[in-house]
Ligand binder design. Structure first.
Ligand code: HEM
Ligand code: NAG
Length: 428
């Protein structure tokens, strides 16, 4: 039996007290999208057995609910020449196993459903990430997990050019300091695995849960320093550096780890890591096959009710930043290696945040989302003939995020300092 199915369970476990953010779908979605998202929301609500709060609860493993099929309709099929794949191993694997369309272009509802079904991503996080993709890298309804999709897959809603997909979203979505992918301006692409980086990840000392956050967070610090040392155009952006970059690390353990009775929060071993990253071979002879990310045999996702939500991600993001304060340093190299300079956060945020307050409570995450919201109108002017619809859509997504985080009020941003970072193009 696959996860997430079963209407019989629905009646049994339905919880009325848990206001899962289905209200988020009231804003700025088409009737069709709203129907699709409401259906997913209802299904997920029915699966929630315990109220998820910002402090993670100990999940209970139930094999039949957590097993993720990689056979039959979900058997691995390698991407063909016109199928799009990109920098995200989770999305590539979902497409290869037909949890989202095999061509690599999916709708918002398909991304929300797929990330929940395969990985147990919270509806709040899935919806925000999917809407952000649709607005900044897609046609408001769908987007590509790789490069630009063919015109026949796009709706015409006043697009000024072809949407670039997430591979073409540097500084908007795609960021420097990725675990296995290169920095764009150092290597000329942002999605082809660098085997040295994978090898380095693979050889980190393991934590109690394998490649867990005690392994991944120090690895991120190492990668951060490598970008300072080697990429003259390194830019650690307010949204991409502060929010997307940590996701690229925490998702590895939180989503890829295999859940079991012994390790209900997951254990991530080298074989499972290799499968999800499309790596074969052994250290020293690793090889990477582009776009062949696979869901391993006999692999179990997050427990129902233990979804990785925005508040959960927030606790991981903040913990990493407390251990390595440089993660919250917005800034970059100024055109040569080892020239890292931080921006003045007070000036950037009109005094709402400063370096000291950024590390407190929800602030780092608030700042990242709020910056992205403030930067949106200008960025969208370059993508759409009218920003009304895209702005309404992205602001709806921001509103639901802010309903979960209590944030100080950021009224405006002043990104003029970014001009000294040649790699900051597209960030604001
Ligand atoms: C709709 C949901 C998602 C969106 C929009 C998304 C988007 C992205 C983007 C834009 C990147 C590039 C970031 C960078 O430059 O470092 C990325 C990387 C990554 N994503 Fe996703 N992603 C989603 C879901 C997932 C899921 C479910 C997983 C589960 C494992 C995942 C795992 C990762 C990992 C591990 C990386 C870093 C890859 C590397 O550099 O080695 N993502 N994703
Ligand atoms: C996941 O854990 C279960 C229980 O220990 C085990 O039977 C299964 O083989 C593991 N799956 C993978 C892909 O390692």
């Amino acid at each position: 039996m696959r996860t997430s199915t079963t209407l019989s369970l629905l009646a049994f476990f339905a919880i009325n007290t848990f206001a899962f953010p289905s209200r988020m779908f009231d804003l700025s979605f088409s009737a069709e999208e709203k129907r699709a998202l409401d259906a997913i929301s209802a299904k997920i609500e029915s699966n929630i057995k315990e109220k998820r709060v910002s402090t993670p609860l100990a999940p209970t493993f139930v094999a039949s609910e957590q097993y993720v099929s990689n056979t039959g309709a979900h058997a691995f099929v390698a991407p063909g020449p016109s199928d799009l794949r990109g920098p995200c191993p989770g999305l590539n694997a979902m497409a290869n196993h037909n949890y989202i369309p095999h061509n690599g272009v999916a709708t918002i509802a398909q991304f929300v459903q797929g990330t929940y079904d395969v990985f147990g991503m919270g509806l709040d996080l899935g919806a925000f990430l999917a809407v952000f993709g649709a607005v900044f890298d897609g046609d408001l309804t769908s987007w590509s997990i790789g490069g630009p999709p063919s015109a026949s897959l796009l709706s015409s809603i006043g697009l000024l050019g072809t949407p670039q997909g997430i591979s073409g979203s540097h500084n908007k979505y795609e960021s420097d300091v990725s675990p296995t992918r290169p920095d764009l301006y150092e290597y000329g692409n942002d999605y082809k695995v660098i085997l040295d980086q994978f090898n380095d990840l693979y050889s980190q000392p393991l934590g109690p849960n394998g490649y867990d956050l005690t392994t991944l967070t120090p690895f991120r610090a190492k990668r951060f320093q490598q970008s300072i040392d080697n990429n003259p155009y390194f830019f650690n952006g307010p949204f991409t550096g502060v929010l997307v970059q940590p996701a690229a690390y925490t998702f590895i353990y939180r989503f890829m780890s295999n859940k079991s009775a012994e390790f209900p929060e997951g254990y991530l071993n080298g074989d499972v890591l290799k499968s999800f990253f499309s790596i074969t071979g052994t250290p020293g002879t690793f090889s990477w096959t582009e776009g062949h990310e696979k869901i391993p045999n006999n692999w179990y996702k997050r427990a129902l009710g233990d979804e990785y939500t925005i508040p959960y991600f927030q606790t991981d993001l903040t913990a990493a930043a407390l251990a390595y304060p440089q993660f919250l340093s917005v800034g970059g190299n100024t055109g040569t290696t080892n020239s890292y300079a931080g921006v003045d956060i007070t000036m950037l945020t009109g005094g709402v945040y400063n370096t000291a307050t950024l590390a407190k409570g929800n602030n780092a995450m608030c700042f990242a989302f709020q910056f992205a919201q403030q930067a949106a109108p200008d960025l969208l002017k370059g993508l759409f003939s009218s920003v009304t619809q895209p702005l309404a859509k992205i602001n709806g997504a921001f509103a639901s995020v802010f309903s979960q985080l209590s944030c100080p009020q950021l009224q405006s941003i002043d990104a003029s300092q970014f001009s000294k970072f040649p790699g900051s193009k597209g960030a604001a």
